[in-house]
Write a protein that binds this ligand. Structure first.
Ligand code: BGC
Length: 734
């Protein structure tokens, strides 16, 4: 960078237009576009905020569905295909994956995120990054960080405590960055505890670079920079979109004034240049991609993502000779991706009703049942649907939300399905006992009114979703998806219900670490469908759970057997808990999982490692990850509430030496016997101090004494002991 003048360095740090960086000197421009479930290469570059027309690309299942596969290998294959398409469309960085936590079901962008659980979100995010970058295309992990709502997203301050920040909201990013080394990270729009993400030195430099070793480019979310020089100073390298040369001047001025160190500005420019070199070297000009093969992959991913929520009396799978009433506008006007910046132009589209027809031998009748925008004569549409359902052997009802109900840019006010759809469902179910509901939606729905005997959750399943749904309905594919988010009984039960979306520029993360199932489990609340739930057309048995310790990790082994008559896939989920922990913890947290394909009667041993990183908690006293010693309970199950076996294993844990200060209590000092000795000597009260000898004045006195901070003792000694003396005693402990 020494060769570039400060003006040129500053220029490199802002884009040339909406999607490309500048080429300066011998540094070629780089094109970045959305993601993450396909490439959104806009036709006219510097167009507009734009969701305009984009080049055709394969629309894979968005993260909401992809996460339901619980399959990092499949996610890697999908991301690799997106990488090949990016190469063919001359794109060097695809803006994804989104690994923000689904804090509240109302967040309009939950469809673009993986899970309420940081382990699953991190594992799948890392798998995505590995897949795309293996094709020579960079990822941009977003939105860093604590961007969990759309309401006021460009201003709101997410006010979150240190443990929740580390254990829940930063965890997926940490895993992705340390294990998959993304080329870029996207700094979010919002503030965190009052400071803009794009200007947050602690976040962008201390945590991201110093602690996690990130050496790539930090790019702003589009329009997220408030003060460019302050952002560069905090660790941001690239402002997007480009075109505003004024901010380059701000950087130059700040360096001239000495408020921005020259070396910091040079380092930022060097990182952008390095991104360009890396991307240029990996470019494959003139490459193409296999549209058919990618469509097949989109179908495969969709098949694997569908969750069988309920299947009373084995209503599913349908037999091909049955006559079927396919009901619901969404069966022909497909809703298969989310609204907003990730919206892409798909290469083709499978329409569910056509795909059902293609597999059925019996008659298939279609009835719209409702309109997606609520227009039209609801009762006439409903009557038609009821007639069709009554005359058929089975009814398959598509229910869901369209983009006017949920999208990037706004949050939902509730999690309800439209009333007209629910009324129509009730009328159809009354005449047709073999009613199957297929749900199409991006965010969690209130499912209490969905009383049909069989319910399939297709979420948003991408361009191959129609074929995938039909395959599952007819048993050509055996469902194996598992929920990546709890379905609550009521919106009022959800963890952030009273703290979402905040007011007056702040949203308080009052539920702390108790997000998703952590909350429902800790409060022993009922849920409609638990985290990790998903049925199959076959059944699985678990036995012989065996756990052992390997260093700081737990190794768990269990045998899973297919006890039914169809081949199937099971996801064994391993949760860990530490009853009696010294810190507040949920009863169980996901620490590992593994998928296994089994033929009827077949069994397999599933072995996983529960790594230290998934066992530690963030200790606010020492600002570090600590492995607590104790008897850990390992639960293995088919969901977070369908635990099939439990074992206990003892871990030694880390020694924690909390630095003593004048604010430390006598009880805390008592944990350092050497210091306590010296303190007692100073106080000259010897062993009569109740904290050491509680029996003397009884337990009440002892408890009162133990909570006295050392710094208040001078007052209790009539000034004979000074704060200076106490400080000296405490200092000897460090
Ligand atoms: C979104 C990002 C997206 C960017 C570019 C922003 O509004 O938050 O996720 O990558 O626009 O389209």
């Amino acid at each position: 960078m020494g060769e570039l003048r400060i003006e040129q360095q500053a220029e490199l740090g802002s884009g040339a237009d909406f999607w490309t960086t500048k080429s300066t000197g011998d540094v070629p421009a780089v094109t970045l576009t959305d993601g993450p479930h396909g490439v959104r290469r806009q036709r006219a570059a510097a167009e507009h905020v734009g969701l305009g027309d984009s080049e055709p690309a394969t629309c894979f299942p968005p993260a909401v569905a992809l996460a339901q596969t619980w399959d990092p290998d499949l996610v890697t294959r999908v991301a690799a295909a997106i990488g090949r398409e990016a190469q063919a469309l001359d794109v060097q960085v695809v803006l994804g994956p989104g690994v923000n936590i689904k804090r509240d079901p109302r967040c309009g962008r939950n469809f673009e995120y993986y899970s309420e659980d940081p382990h699953l979100a991190g594992v799948l995010g890392a798998a995505w990054v590995k897949g795309i970058q293996a094709e020579g295309v960079g990822a941009s992990v977003k939105h860093f960080a604590v961007n969990n709502q759309e309401h006021d997203r460009m201003r709101v301050s997410a006010d979150v405590d240190a443990r929740a920040l580390r254990e829940i909201y930063l965890r997926p990013f940490q895993r992705v960055i340390t294990t998959a080394r993304p080329w870029t990270v996207m700094a979010a729009y919002n503030r965190i505890n009052g400071e803009w993400a794009t200007q947050n030195h602690w976040l962008l430099s201390r945590v991201l670079r110093d602690e996690w070793g990130f050496d790539g480019v930090v790019v702003s979310d589009w329009g997220a920079v408030v003060d460019r020089a302050a952002s560069v100073s905090a660790g941001l390298d690239l402002q997007m979109p480009g075109g505003d040369a004024a901010t380059d001047g701000e950087v130059v001025d700040a360096v001239a004034r000495g408020t921005l160190p020259e070396a910091v500005a040079a380092a930022a420019a060097e990182r952008v240049a390095e991104l360009s070199r890396r991307a240029t070297a990996a470019r494959r000009p003139g490459s193409t991609f296999d549209v058919d093969a990618h469509h097949e992959l989109a179908r495969e991913a969709a098949r694997r993502s569908i969750v069988l929520l309920r299947n009373d009396l084995n209503v599913l799978p349908l037999r091909t000779e049955m006559s079927v009433a396919v009901i619901g506008e969404f069966a022909r006007t497909v809703r298969y991706q989310g609204g907003g910046s990730s919206h892409i132009t798909s290469t083709r589209l499978d329409v569910p009703v056509d795909e059902i027809r293609a597999r059925a031998d019996g008659e298939v009748v279609f009835a719209a049942g409702y309109t997606t925008d609520g227009s039209g004569d609801a009762s006439a549409l409903c009557d038609n649907a009821v007639r069709a359902a009554a005359a058929a052997d089975a009814a398959v009802l598509f229910l869901g939300l369209d983009e006017s109900w949920e999208s990037e840019g706004f949050d939902r006010a509730d999690i309800d399905l439209p009333a007209t759809q629910l009324d129509m469902l009730a009328a159809v179910a009354a005449v047709q006992p073999r009613t199957v509901v297929v749900l199409v939606h991006g965010g969690v729905l209130q499912l209490a009114p969905v009383t049909a005997p069989a319910v399939l959750d297709a979420a948003l399943s991408g361009q191959g979703g129609g074929a995938a749904i039909a395959d599952v309905l007819y048993g050509l594919a055996n469902p194996s998806g598992k929920l990546a988010e709890t379905v609550p009984l009521r919106l009022q039960d959800t963890p952030a219900y009273l703290n979402f979306p905040g007011e007056a520029g702040h949203v308080r993360y009052g539920e702390g670490i108790f997000v998703g199932y952590r909350w429902y489990d800790a409060r022993e609340m009922g849920v409609a469908f638990p985290y990790g739930h998903g049925l199959s057309y076959t059944s699985f048995a678990y036995r012989d759970l065996h756990v052992s310790v390997e260093g700081d990790a737990i190794v768990a082994r269990v045998t899973v057997a297919n006890t039914g008559v169809r081949a199937g896939r099971e996801i064994a989920q391993f949760y860990v808990g530490l009853p009696g922990s010294r810190v507040t913890r949920p009863p169980r947290t996901l620490a590992a999982f593994a998928g296994v394909n089994l033929a009827p009667g077949e069994q397999a041993c599933v072995e996983v490692r529960l790594d230290r990183a998934d066992l530690v908690y963030w200790d606010v006293r020492v600002d570090d990850w600590i492995l607590e010693g104790g008897d850990y309970r390992v639960d293995v199950g088919a969901s977070s509430r369908d635990i099939r076996a439990t074992a206990v294993v003892t871990l030694t844990g880390d020694p924690v030496r909390v630095p003593l200060t004048l604010e430390s209590t006598l009880a805390e000092v008592a944990a350092h016997p050497d210091v306590m000795q010296r303190l007692l000597a100073l106080l000259s009260v010897g062993a009569t101090l109740p904290v050491v000898k509680p029996a003397a004045d009884g337990p009440t006195m002892a408890a009162m004494m133990s909570s006295i901070p050392v710094g208040r003792l001078p007052g209790f000694t009539g000034g004979k002991v000074t704060r200076k003396q106490l400080e000296r005693v405490l200092a000897q402990s460090q």
